[in-house]
Design a protein around this ligand. Structure first.
Ligand code: NAP
Ligand code: MG
Length: 404
């Protein structure tokens, strides 16, 4: 029996749903609690408990992250009509991720996990490309009108002082469409700050792309605010060796496709939505993508980028063996533990988190994989582990390292 490593400050733990809830418990029992002396502030964000508490548990969890600084989250169901019937819910509660993101005013960063036997679709990508997606406003909080016939569409702003600004959008001769969207200086600034925090903590170059040549007020405002925040952190960025680059979004896309990686790509909301999916499949599998929410005042929440893997859960309920990839969930735990250790100044905790990640990579690089990776690894394999079998293989390596 090895001695457990003491974690100084509690870690906020958010449990979730379906297959990821099963995986989550295995990781916690076999990899975390066996090796760490850690206090977990537990919040059950499983959909039934959110329903029982009228979603108060989600707000409480977000408050706990604010208080303690670091949280780890299991994937959760965002209920739709089918889920209301399936779980007999009172209503379609909002996405927990959305709730936590807005309470922390956070930005989500997605990072692919790389191994030397899974080659990205783009040959030049040797290091991870991280996407930071601004998660407020633009097309996601827009108003739209279906124009049925001739008429004039205008943009009108009425100030609290009663002053109005009016611009003609288009004088329609026939049918068409109009959309009005917005963003706020505050949200853009928080986004820029979160990107700078992330780039500094990972020591990665930071790129931001928009289309200010065409959108001389809207997109230009993003560029300007980013520039102001960068200027405020000039010395820190220089000291960390982090370079900032503003590019036109089309140029950014072209450069990304021939870049070696190892950078943070800050994206406006829609660009981030689209390009994060492109990167996820470009790097291999959703099961190998991690995600971290960073607030402008430096609070962190780690999770897997994928959902609750519903189809596998239904197989599990039928008693069939599953082979679900737990890598992103293990990395979520490792990310949270590593950040906790770094903030507490406890090197042994940081080392444990690094060793946990390395044990996972070692498994995959020696051909021990779950089913989703069988065709992605070189050489491709027909052999794969069950969900639990893979975690057991990781646990064996962790145990060996702990006894060394
Ligand atoms: P999903 O859970 O991401 O899974 C979609 C498909 O991707 C799976 O059926 C599976 O493909 C593959 N996949 C994803 N993760 C995998 C893993 N770890 N290992 C192996 N294969 C994996 O998306 P969904 O089934 O559409 O959504 C289920 C629920 O998740 C929804 O209720 C949604 O609201 C929720 N969701 C939550 C989050 C979050 O909490 N962050 C994010 C997204 C979705 P095969 O079936 O082909 O094997
Ligand atoms: Mg998307």
């Amino acid at each position: 029996m090895t001695k457990k490593i003491k974690v100084k400050t509690p870690l906020v733990e958010m449990d979730g749903d379906e297959m990821t809830r099963i995986i989550w418990k295995m990781i916690k029992d076999k990899l975390i609690l066996k090796n760490l002396d850690i206090e977990l502030k537990y919040f059950d964000l499983g959909v039934k408990h959110r329903d029982d508490t009228d979603d108060k548990v989600t707000v409480d969890a977000a408050e706990a992250i604010k208080k303690y600084g670091v949280g780890v989250k299991c994937a959760t169901i965002t209920p739709d009509a089918d889920r209301i019937t399936e779980y007999k819910l009172k209503k379609a509660w909002p996405s927990p991720n959305g709730t936590i993101r807005s309470l922390l005013d956070g930005t989500v960063f997605r990072k692919p996990i790389m191994t030397n036997n899974i080659l990205p679709a783009v040959r030049s990508w040797r290091k991870p490309i991280v996407i930071g997606r601004h998660a407020y406003g633009d097309v996601y909080k827009s108003q739209e009108i279906l124009v049925e016939g001739p008429g004039k569409a205008e943009l009108v702003f009425t100030g609290e002082n009663g002053k109005t600004i009016r611009k003609e959008i288009h004088n329609f001769k026939g049918g068409g469409i109009v959309m009005g969207m917005h963003n706020t200086d505050k949200s853009i600034r928080s986004f820029a700050q979160a990107c700078i925090n992330y780039a500094l903590s990972e020591k990665m170059d930071l790129w931001f792309g928009a289309k200010d040549t065409i959108s001389k007020i809207y997109h230009a405002r993003f560029k300007d605010i980013f520039g102001e925040e960068i200027a405020k952190h000039k010395d820190e960025l220089a000291k960390a060796g982090v370079n900032y680059r503003y590019l036109l979004i089309d140029d950014a896309v072209a450069q990304i496709m021939k870049h070696e990686g190892g950078l943070l790509w800050a994206c406006k909301n829609y660009d981030g939505d689209v390009f994060s999916d492109m990167l996820a499949s470009g790097y291999g599998s959703l099961g190998m993508m991690t995600s971290v929410l960073v607030s402008p005042d430096g609070k962190f929440e780690y999770e897997a980028a994928h959902g609750t893997v519903r189809r596998h859960y239904y197989e599990h309920l039928k008693g069939n063996a599953t082979s679900t990839n737990s890598v992103a969930s293990i990395f979520a735990w490792a990310g949270g533990i590593k950040k906790r250790g770094a903030l507490d100044g406890t090197q042994a905790v940081v080392d444990f988190a690094n060793m946990l990640k390395k044990s996972v990579i070692d498994c995959i690089e020696s051909g021990i994989v779950t089913k989703d990776l069988t065709n992605l690894v070189t050489p491709a394999t027909k052999k794969y582990e069950t969900t639990e079998g893979f975690i057991d293989q990781v646990a064996l390596r962790v145990e060996k390292a702990m006894n060394m």
